[in-house]
Design a binder for this molecule. Structure first.
Ligand code: HEM
Length: 386
């Protein structure tokens, strides 16, 4: 189980641009064992998609391989069908009941207001001044809850996001679990808050009565959804803007209404926030010619799959009218992104607001966050050209 190409997601060069390494892995060692993470890693599109859609063989619920999952951690991300079905269906119905157009308008107004006030300033950091407040504000609005205080929330979300890299750095486990408990407590508080206020919280409360779904699954899932929304929108808001800044002319193409929705999907494929996700083999199986033993984890490198030339023509080009574009940036199968339409809308409204603003330019060197599962940024210095 030797690693022929070294995969170190924390290597500064890889953090800046992981795609050349992903290309080598896909070509030379498409499925490999990584000793540091004690996990198999799949990099080709077909292998990743096959893992994600085969929940019988590749489990999310680690209790199926006799790993303890504490109650505070049990939520829609840790369950598998058939237990997952009633919970996921309740939550999907709650999402469907939300007014997507109204959410898009609110998001647009929020971003436009923020960009107007920032256009008075010189240089600013897109990540702290735009990505974080937009992600938190629109998530709280979607839920219909009072926006949590920014600083403590951002610190908590950061610890949870780093916890996803526990295989690479065990020191992130304890702060991540503590943050997760604080987030669950915050979500529990929302059950008591502003009953009847429109949004996901109220809809979920209405739907859960008599549903038979265990209360802690729902409570913990609310925390999970809130944070999945904040974390990915925050990351996408940075990644997509940097992509646009690095591709002169790309933003202007969004003036063509036929491009807008295709272009958003291409931005997610090209440099999306979710670099990978993991499953565990529930039984002995074979993947990419390797025997995977029951209990061994498998990471699907979604971002590597999204540049696989066997699936995408000119995979390293940003082609905003790309179609079809069956990327894995929102996942695939029974755990595919629950909030994909809202994530899409968030990215779209950011892009559309940028079209209305004075043109944005890079004002310094972007700094990537030292995380592997989620690809995001710590700093993106920009300014509006006057
Ligand atoms: C551009 C933004 C987004 C991206 C790129 C994204 C990406 C993903 C991906 C790749 C997965 C699958 C993870 C896996 O299979 O293990 C996922 C799951 C999930 N996403 Fe998103 N997401 C985005 C926005 C959102 C938003 C806005 C929400 C909520 C409002 C959300 C809620 C969720 C939830 C709850 C799951 C877990 C589903 C499950 O395990 O059954 N996401 N997302």
């Amino acid at each position: 189980m030797n690693e022929t190409v070294i995969y170190d997601p924390f290597d500064p060069e890889v953090l800046t641009n992981p795609y050349p390494l992903y290309a080598r892995l896909r070509e030379e060692t498409p499925v490999f064992w990584n000793d540091r993470m004690r996990s198999w890693v799949a990099t080709r599109y077909d292998d990743c998609r096959d893992v994600l859609r085969d929940h019988r063989t590749f489990a999310r619920d680690r209790r199926r391989v006799n790993v303890d999952v504490p109650e505070f951690a049990q939520n829609l991300q840790t369950l598998d069908p058939p237990q997952l079905a009633p919970l996921r269906s309740l939550l999907m119905n709650a999402f469907r009941a939300q007014d997507l157009d109204a959410a898009a308008h609110r998001t647009h107004d929020r971003i436009r207001g923020l960009l107007r006030s920032l256009s008075e300033h010189g240089e600013f950091d897109w990540i702290h001044e735009v990505a974080a407040p937009v992600a938190l504000g629109l998530t709280a609005e979607l839920f219909g809850v009072t926006e949590p205080d920014h600083e403590p929330y951002v610190a908590m979300a950061d610890a949870i996001s780093r916890r996803m890299d526990a295989g690479l750095d065990p020191t992130v486990v304890e702060p991540g679990d503590e943050a997760r408990k604080r987030l669950n407590a915050l979500a529990d508080g929302w059950f008591a808050q502003d009953p009847g206020r429109p949004g996901l919280m109220t809809t979920i409360q209405e739907l859960m009565a008599g549903s038979g779904v265990p209360g802690h699954y729902i409570g913990n899932s609310i925390a999970t959804i809130f944070n999945a929304s904040y974390g990915t929108v925050f990351a996408a808001a940075g990644n997509t803007v940097l992509t646009l800044l690095e591709h002169p002319g790309a933003l202007d193409q969004f003036r063509d209404p036929r491009i807008v929705d295709l272009g958003v999907e291409e931005l997610i494929r090209f440099d999306g926030p979710a670099q990978g996700t993991s499953r565990v083999a529930a039984e002995r199986t074979v993947l990419g010619g390797h025997v995977i033993e029951a209990g061994q984890p498998v990471i699907t490198l979604l971002a590597a799959a999204n540049r696989d030339p066997a699936q995408f023509e000119q995979p390293d080009e940003l082609l905003l009218d790309r179609t079809p574009n069956r990327h894995l940036g929102f996942g695939w199968g029974s755990h595919a992104c629950l909030g994909a339409t809202f994530g899409h809308v968030a990215v779209r409204e950011i892009v559309l607001c940028l079209l209305e603003a004075p043109s944005l330019r890079l004002a310094g060197t972007p700094v990537r966050r030292r995380t592997a599962t989620v690809r995001s940024m710590d700093l993106l210095p920009v300014s509006f050209r006057k």
